[in-house]
Design a protein around this ligand. Sequence first.
Ligand SMILES: [Cu+2]
Length: 104
Amino acid sequence: MKKLAALGMLLAAGWTLAGPAGAATHTVKIEGMQFVPATLTVQRGDTIVWQNKDVVPHTATAQGGFDSGNIAAGRKWSHAMKKAGSYDYVCTFHPGMKAKVVVQ
Ligand SMILES: [Cu+2]
């Protein structure tokens, strides 16, 4: 039990170092040529991790918002959402892949 408590404290310290108090991390899976979830709402300051579970590269690209560049198969890209707004984004390699992030 003592070991578990120590691990818990380490994890708590890790969260504190990760960003401002209250900031959360969200994951968007890229799987089967789709962004899942297709619409994600987060709070300003939160971080989104795009995780490419496909066997082909993708991007997460919002005009005037953010651009992951190439996310190779099996890799991920994370981005802190600093500005409120509604961001429609696509994969530039597969423009039919569309999704949205809303930052409140
Ligand atoms: Cu793609």
